[in-house]
Design a protein around this ligand. Sequence first.
Ligand SMILES: [Fe+2]
Length: 294
Amino acid sequence: MATSERDTRGYSVLDADGHVELGPEHPGFADPDYRARRDEVAGLSIGWRPGMPVPRVAYTAAEDQVWATVWTELAPLLHHNAARCILDGMPRLALPEHRVPQLDEVSAALRPLTGFAYGVVPGLAELREFYGALADGLFLSTQYLRHPSVPLYTPEPDVIHEVVGHGLSLAVPELAELCRAMGRATRRVTEPKALEALSRIFWFSVEFGCVWEHGELRTYGAGILSSFGELSSFTHAEVCPIDLAAMATHRYDITRYQPLLFAGRSLTEVVDVVGGCFEEADDDHLLALVGASL
Ligand SMILES: [Fe+2]
């Protein structure tokens, strides 16, 4: 698992032989069957390129059960904590409740809504590749499931995070456009510090963003929408108004619940301020925004 704070994807890494590397803290570290399955699933997407068919995974009954368990726990929490735009999009995406959906199924539902589709990566996606693909309406995703011993926990983004978290958000036209703008910004910048600033703003918006709705904190962030723990606790975080300079420079820890969140007064404010930043962003703009903080 990538542990660098600079890597907001947090994905597992493949070693030189194509095996998935898991750290000793991973719930599946000492489970040879799980590790073999991770290698098998990762192997399906090695060599995939945009334009190629997305490989299908023959998910096992045990993997479908993990999905069903997580969905059963998340659904009521989503109802009470997801932003209105997310709840409005849920029936349009119509994710299955009892089995892991194939990515091409989810893409077929997303395309008529926002034009987005899923691509696949076997593990670590390089930041510039991952964010840049968003400009083309392409979301690069992994396909593996978390370890079944702890279905409500994963130390890395699995297909549940990719589909429940990002799928629900990519079904919302305003949020899909936010991601496209992030992709275009990524392709404009060349300075590593500028990409880091973009990445942190993405983290505090697309991954962990919130909005106030009728005096209640709601979330549109994929990292919260897909996490039982985050959904259960995010309202206890310190919540700040949207502040691009603070978002671009605040250090975060991907391994714990987020103690600081940024909330828009509305989705419109998120689109105007964060989306506006992504639309204007270039090296000069972003380096001026972060000053000497990064
Ligand atoms: Fe994510």
